[in-house]
Unconditional design. Structure first.
Lengths: 572, 451
């Protein structure tokens, strides 16, 4: 395919900065760690979670007045993708709660990450993950109950794109339900595969090429027969309406006989296709006409040019390169990959903190993680079989720097420095009877045993006539044991002694001086002056008394001086 | 809002006219009421309280007594004292006359404090007023109309003994008993409660309430007549049914009050009250509590309710005579069973092990040990073993291999942490978060082993 080159200097160039794979894993990690319920009425993600997710992904939060763009938010798109990949589960149909409900409600609609499919997905290579996503996007699926025939580029606006869409009117009738869009998308992607990387091509040239060589790539030359007796397929383009304004007044179907009918229907599709899957997947960059569009709607000829990226070539030709992992002497682990290497990132991020934001250009990933003692030890605790040094050697394919290896050995030893026994009881007893031995987990001192099933242990000891004492400790303090008991725990007698001890209360002496005013005028005036001097005071309006702390005496004297022209104060 | 807060708010926000009325009624000086902040302190003194309390009607005195027991209330509480005229109309229309009476007779007399509180949601101003009596005034409340007598009263034990005899096949003590008495695994139970003086007291109260079919009214601060009678009577002075009636009308407002004579007589029959005839009129008071035997006084050699000759390993109990506190202790110390229509007590090392040292050294335990060899041996064994086997639950234990970490934890938590051995520590579950914080700060992680 030979297409005309074009100079995009005068156009607005748009690239998709979002790495779909990276954001998909951010989404899965977020909901894997939390239990989030979608909103009952709108089935949206709650605003707090939405804001956190947007921050994690680095996208703008949805604006409340953004509804008129009719474009899905990136986070919602990723959520739908995760649902279509079966990596998460949540309800999208809802239930009508009452007889008069006009919309379905979504009760307790939690987003649940499906661990088994996720594990399978993680086991795929990054390239295979990318291809799996591409296949999912190529094959449409219902997102709502009634969008069977409208879930295609003619009607759905691209998330990162700018173009408008055809009116949905009549999309369930005529030729539309019979079109095979997955085949159309596959055909176009195959066609674009042969374009050289990095060169700008005219969209019009592509449309002209298609008109000449593949005129019937969307709608077959011979129109299919009607599916039933009520249906009639009267015309080739009867589903496609053009109007003159946003509200599509005087909409008319595009006539089959129009000489430019192909450009007006298939041409519009090609523009919208380019800014959909190829732009979403970072397979193309596109260039739009910066001038405001004037003409019949939906717009046409606005997406002027496109160029193919290396990523597209790699994915289509199956050229996969292994991610590169480098462990540096300063404990940095650098991961470089052409495609987001989720599995490696998961392994490395368990051992260290991300030290820099991942850089990506058309999907290339560079991330730096700083190995940390606590995380290495925690990973060791989580998986006692984990050999951190071997793992990093395997990932990097070479020996680790000497200092890193030495430190990692020491850090791994930190994993079992503190072992917490939860749900056990402590038995203080000189000789553990044979009947109770099976409950013992650890003998921690000659007369102390950690035991499980304390109820059963107690019953065994009681039956033997050992007269055991059962002590239920509560809160943050030990329950005292009887004075006669032989125990390392605090005894009751000691508790009585501590109760007798008087509570230590440290008092601060504050001397307050009060001045009583015989008349209201002077009383009001002194308060105003004291306030202007920022002197803290208390006043009693009934007794006309002003009280100050002794340390504020100087300020009070200053206030008296300030009022010397108006009042002559005499203090008794 | 607490009562001191109510008082403080009232003293700050009280209208000048109301303040003057209180000053006049209680006899405060002008200087004492001049400073609003300090007036709260003067208000709770005894100045003028005794005189104003003496001037209250008996209904008002009972209402204040109930108010003292209840704490903070709203205006509806005083409906029992100043009945509302109409049962329709708005809240304000219904309760404004009551509010005026309370303000005039109680607040302006300086006996009750009132203040408006902030209440969530829509409410009219009258709903927001809260009333209380400062606890310092309780000692000045007019005494209840009681009679003192040196004569001892008569206790009724008939129903109580019949209840105990149900254990050995006796007829039901009361019809439709909600708390049956039975023996299970060597212990006496009352329904699902272990038999003790306390659980037997609950049965007595339930039986009293059931006999009269008198239940607690749904009105806040109102009690069932039986509960009200228990609150009004004490064990040192006598009251007649006639003198307790006005108090019951206040305490059990909006409930069904049975004839007071019947109420008190039924309480007496169930062993809750004592009765004394004074001038041919029945007087009642609370029956004395069943106190445990004096630990310093040994039991006499023959006990009229215990027979040790029956079986060398057991004691035969006579349920017609055994004091309730002894049955309580016997239920704690021994294995009980009914054989041939007799209640027998066998020594139980399990029960003796569960008993406290005081219970094991009580006169009854010593008497049993002396008179029954099996009891003596069991008690001796348990006394020798007791305190040597301890099972601690609800604690967290940790193996700490790093010495510096252990020292840091000891320094941080002091007595709240116990070192069990070189590598093991124990601490209460409530300290878990704090311990984890220290670990995080020092770069250690927690490896958890679950039971």
């Amino acid at each position: 395919m030979e297409l005309e080159h074009i100079d995009p200097q005068t156009f607005t160039i748009v690239s998709n900065e979002r790495d779909i794979l990276c954001d998909l894993f951010t989404y899965l990690d977020y909901f894997g760690e939390r239990s989030v319920k979608r909103m009952t009425r709108s089935n949206e993600i709650p605003s707090g979670d939405m804001q956190r997710l947007c921050k994690l992904m680095g996208v703008e939060t949805p604006q409340k007045d953004d509804w008129h763009s009719f474009r899905m938010h990136w986070v919602d798109f990723i959520g739908h993708l995760a649902l279509r990949l079966k990596l998460v589960t949540y309800d999208i149909k809802g239930t009508y709660r009452g007889y008069s409900s006009s919309e379905p409600s979504f009760i307790d609609n939690y987003i649940v990450v499906n661990q088994a499919p996720l594990q399978k997905f993680l086991e795929l290579t990054p390239m295979a993950q990318e291809k799996h996503i591409l296949e999912t996007l190529i094959h449409p699926s219902m997102r709502q109950e009634y969008d069977n025939y409208s879930n295609n580029e003619f009607y759905e606006r691209s998330v990162p794109g700018r173009l408008d869409a055809f009116s949905i009117r009549g999309s369930a009738t005529g030729i539309m339900p019979m079109l095979d869009f997955p085949q159309v998308r596959g055909f176009l992607l195959d066609l674009l595969k042969d374009c050289p990387v990095g060169q700008w091509f005219s969209t019009n040239a592509l449309i002209a090429y298609l008109k000449t060589n593949h005129r019937y790539f969307i709608i077959p030359e011979k129109l299919p027969a009607a599916r039933n007796k009520w249906e009639t397929i009267s015309a080739r383009y009867s589903n496609f309406y053009e109007g003159m304004d946003e509200w599509r007044h005087d909409e008319k179907p595009i006539p089959d006989s129009a000489p430019d009918a192909f450009e007006r229907v298939e041409g519009r599709y090609v523009e919208r296709f380019l800014e959909n899957i190829p732009l979403l997947m970072q397979f193309v960059d596109v260039a739009y006409d910066p001038k405001p569009y004037a003409g019949p709607l939906p717009s046409t000829g606005t997406l002027k040019a496109f160029r193919i990226t290396e990523r597209f070539q790699r994915v289509m030709n199956g050229q996969e390169s292994a991610p590169r992992v480098t462990v540096q002497p300063n404990f940095d682990v650098v991961i470089e990959a052409d495609t987001y290497p989720a599995a490696i990132i998961r392994q490395v991020s368990a051992l260290g903190e991300q030290a820099s934001s991942p850089q990506s250009g058309h999907g290339a990933y560079v991330g730096i993680y700083l190995l940390q003692k606590a995380r290495v030890a925690a990973a060791q605790v989580k998986d006692p079989k984990l050999d951190v040094i071997q793992l990093l050697k395997k990932l990097s394919g070479r020996k680790l720097p000497q200092n890193v290896q030495v430190e990692l050995e020491e850090w791994a030893g930190h994993a079992d420095q503190f072992t917490l026994y939860e749900g056990f009881a402590l038995l203080e007893m000189a000789e553990l009877p044979p009947e109770a031995e099976k409950f013992s987990v650890e003998r921690i001192a000659p007369n102390m045993h950690l035991v499980r099933n304390p109820e059963k242990v107690f019953a065994v000891l009681e039956t033997r006539g050992d007269a055991p004492i059962r002590i239920q400790h509560q809160g943050v303090k030990f329950t005292q044991v009887a004075e006669a008991a032989q125990s390392v725990f605090p005894k009751e007698k000691a508790a009585v002694e501590t109760q007798k001890a008087a509570i230590w209360v440290k008092l601060t002496r504050v001397i307050t001086i009060s001045y009583q005013f015989p008349q209201a005028e002077a009383f009001d005036a002194i308060q105003k002056v004291l306030a202007s001097l920022r002197c803290p005071f208390q006043s009693d309006l009934v007794t006309k008394t002003v009280s100050i702390q002794q340390k504020e005496q100087e300020k009070f004297n200053e206030a008296v001086e300030k009022l010397a022209d108006e009042f002559k104060f005499e203090i008794e | 809002m607490s009562i001191p807060q109510l008082l403080h708010t009232m003293c700050v926000e009280l209208a000048e006219a109301d303040l003057n009325a209180i000053r006049k009624a209680r006899g405060f000086s002008a200087t004492e009421t001049a400073a609003r902040n300090s007036f709260a302190s003067f208000y709770t003194t005894s100045i003028g309280i005794a005189e104003n309390m003496a001037a209250l009607t008996s209904a008002e005195a009972f209402a204040l007594r109930l108010l003292h027991e209840t704490g903070e209330v709203d205006i509806k509480f005083f409906e029992r004292l100043y009945p509302i005229d109409k049962h329709y109309g708005t809240y304000t229309q219904k309760y404004k006359p009551v509010f005026d009476e309370v303000k005039k007779n109680l607040v302006r007399r300086g006996l009750v404090v009132m203040a408006e509180v902030k209440v969530r949601g829509d409410s009219v101003q009258l709903e927001r007023w809260r009333f209380a009596m400062p606890p310092e005034f309780a000692q000045f409340l007019p005494p209840l109309p009681v009679v003192h007598s040196k004569e001892g009263g008569i206790e009724s034990e008939g129903i109580l003994r019949r209840k105990l005899l149900e254990l050995v096949g006796g007829k039901p003590a009361i019809p439709n008993d909600q708390r049956p008495i039975y023996i299970n695994s060597g212990s006496i139970y009352l329904k699902d409660l272990f038999f003790s003086l306390a659980s037997f007291g609950l049965w007595q109260i339930d039986a009293w309430q059931q006999a009269l079919n008198a239940h607690a009214p749904s009105t806040p601060a109102s009690f069932a007549p039986t509960q009200a009678a228990l609150k009004l009577l004490d064990s040192s002075a006598w009251m007649t049914p006639q003198s307790i009636k006005p108090a019951l009308d206040i305490y059990s407002f909006s409930g069904t009050i049975p004839p007071v004579e019947k109420l008190l007589s039924q309480g007496w029959e169930l062993g809750l009250l004592e009765r004394l005839e004074i001038d041919h009129h029945p007087h009642y008071r609370l029956a004395p509590a069943h106190l445990p035997a004096d630990p310093n006084t040994p039991y006499p050699v023959p006990l009229d309710w215990a027979d040790t000759s029956f079986n060398p390993h057991a004691v035969k109990i006579d349920l017609r005579l055994i004091p309730l506190h002894d049955l309580d202790l016997l239920n704690t110390l021994s294995f009980l069973s009914v054989e041939g229509g007799e209640l027998l007590a066998f020594p139980s090392s399990v029960k003796l092990g569960r008993a406290s040292p005081a219970q094991r050294s009580a006169p009854l335990s010593l008497w049993l040990a002396e008179r029954t060899p099996a009891f003596g041996r069991a008690l001796e064994t348990v006394n020798a073993r007791w305190g040597k086997t301890l099972l601690h639950e609800n604690l967290l234990f940790a193996q700490v291999r790093d010495l510096s970490l252990r020292v840091q934890l000891e320094r941080e938590f002091g007595d709240s942490l116990i070192v069990l051995s070189d590598h093991y520590i124990a601490f209460p579950q409530g300290l878990r978060t704090s311990v984890e914080k220290v670990l995080k700060k020092t770069g250690f992680v927690v490896k958890t082993v679950k039971a």
